[in-house]
Design a protein around this ligand. Structure first.
Ligand SMILES: Nc1ncnc2c1ncn2[C@@H]1O[C@H](COP(=O)(O)OP(=O)(O)OP(=O)(O)O)[C@@H](O)[C@H]1O
Length: 470
């Protein structure tokens, strides 16, 4: 797959390389698994730079031997020289090497040999003013890498000049990949993006499996629901690397949230456990692993939990609760899941709308600039009963005096725009909104679109996706 996006990150790295010529420069690139850290490194590194992968399955001695061999191949040490300690390894680097040294999966040193970290710290301190070397450390386990570099108790704290949090490619980047894969049909793309988000790895898997130009349903079937499917253990693999041996309750919480338990009391109900026995793990899933987030009612105080990683959400919604069936009757389960996809995609479409709105906002293509966007929900009484209303999009100006209220519907059938806006206006009344109001409808096809509403239909969405990035 051609290298997509990341101009901003490459520019930051290039600037750091320039600065490192005068004075040692250290940079951390961290982000979720599969987001593209290694590829970014490899695109950036030049022939004489050093790429060093910290392989967690190796012993300290064998990793050192591997790196020693790399130094030999690069001509940094001779055939007759040997490196027997990590001290020597870094000393040789500082004495003889000019260029970039990239440690991929740096956090794995904690497993292979934790003493490497203070050794490196000491040598960084001693060589602070030495020009010519730049260190890049990449790490996947977000919580761990943050701890390694931000926690003042850990030794590399304060030695890092720049941190790059590498995020998913975003909807435009994902659409570029989809185009490479001949998947430009918006319907298929919206379904795939709802499942895979902007993680390049999964689009590369579509390419690796020769599934270019196929429908979203066929792709999902092939990648998950065939014998030895390529993504059959993707999520368990990622999560076991993140959670280590502490996994148990985390899995149950994720399953509960993916299936509609959006608060700690509902999760406890789903799992049939006491709330207090889940507090710590829930906090860790939010703050340390960053897999769960809160979605707030923009005009209110309530909040609900959701899984912010699209593929983890998909896995826990459809496969994890039915792992036995997944083993024994995979193809049948696949048929069932594929038949439920339109409804699933319909619900994920809210997030897609928000992302599209952010793009339009950046490009000044909305009635005003908003600074916050999310959902809103509230309650009203009808015939003595308490009922809920929901507004898919509420985008607010900084002073909270202007708002865009929107509905997002991804369905095959055309939506009646006028009717939808009428219903939306009734819901807006329920919120008690007093400021300026604008209305937005996002749907595949819209008939009777009111002239003064912001319209995000198939044509408008394709225009956003195809517009050049600023
Ligand atoms: N910007 C990109 N454009 C095109 N392909 C990409 C891009 N970034 C990554 N890829 C591809 O996606 C796959 C996964 O990327 P990569 O291995 O770099 O991710 P990673 O973050 O290092 O993952 P992990 O933490 O799991 O090792 C690779 O096949 C890579 O070539």
């Amino acid at each position: 797959m051609r290298f997509i996006n990341r101009e901003h990150e490459i520019a930051m790295l290039q600037k750091a390389r320039e600065l490192s010529k005068k004075k040692l420069y250290t940079i951390v690139i961290y982000g979720m698994r599969r987001v593209g850290k290694t590829r970014l490194l490899l695109e950036f590194l030049e022939e004489n730079d050093l790429y060093l992968f910290v392989n967690r399955t190796k012993t300290s001695e064998s990793l050192l031997r591997e790196y020693e061999e790399i130094l030999r191949k690069k001509g940094i040490i001779t055939r007759y020289e040997h490196i027997s300690t990590w001290d020597e390894f870094f000393e040789v680097l500082f004495e003889r090497f000019n260029g970039v040294v990239a440690f991929d999966e740096f956090q794995e040193f904690q497993k292979v040999d934790p003493s490497v970290i203070p050794t490196l710290q000491r040598l960084i301190d001693m060589n602070e003013n030495r020009g010519g070397i730049m260190f890049i450390f990449t790490g996947s386990t977000i919580g761990l890498i943050e701890k390694l570099f931000k926690d003042s108790k850990e030794s590399l704290y304060g030695r890092i000049k720049r941190k790059i949090h590498l995020k998913e490619l975003g909807i435009k980047g994902a659409y570029e990949m989809a185009k490479e894969l001949k998947l430009e049909s918006l319907d298929d793309f919206i379904s795939l993006y709802s499942i895979f988000g902007g993680f390049p790895k999964y689009y590369v898997t579509i390419e690796d499996e020769g599934l270019e130009g196929r429908s979203a349903g066929e792709i999902v079937k092939n990648l998950f629901f065939t014998p030895s499917a390529p993504l059959e253990d993707e999520i368990p693999k990622i999560l076991s690397l993140e959670f280590g041996r502490r996994s148990g309750v985390y899995y149950d919480i994720l399953e509960a949230v993916a299936n509609g338990a959006t608060s700690i009391s509902k999760i406890a109900g789903y799992m049939n456990r006491e709330e207090t026995s889940l507090t710590r793990q829930l906090k860790e899933l939010i703050e340390y692993f960053k897999l769960l987030s809160y979605d707030r009612a923009v005009l209110g105080k309530e909040r609900v939990l959701y899984i912010n990683h699209p593929l983890i959400n998909f896995w826990f919604r459809f496969i994890h609760p039915r792992l036995s069936e997944y083993e024994a009757m995979r193809e049948d389960l696949g048929e069932e899941v594929i038949s439920m996809l339109p409804e699933y995609v319909g619900r994920r479409f809210d997030f897609i709308c928000r992302e599209l709105l952010w793009i339009l906002n950046r490009e000044n293509k909305l009635p005003f600039k908003f600074t916050e966007v999310g959902r809103h929900w509230g309650y009203y009484r009808e015939e003595g009963k308490r009922k809920v209303y929901e507004i898919d999009i509420v985008a607010l100006s900084r002073d909270r005096k202007k708002a865009i209220f929107g509905e997002c519907k991804w369905k095959k059938k055309a939506i009646n725009g006028e009717k939808l806006v009428e219903e939306l206006k009734k819901k807006v009344k329920l919120t008690g909104w007093k400021g300026e109001a604008y209305y937005l409808i996002s749907a595949k096809k819209i008939k009777n679109a009111p002239e003064d509403a912001v319209i995000l239909d198939e044509k408008a969405i394709l225009k956003v996706l195809n517009s050049p990035s600023p």
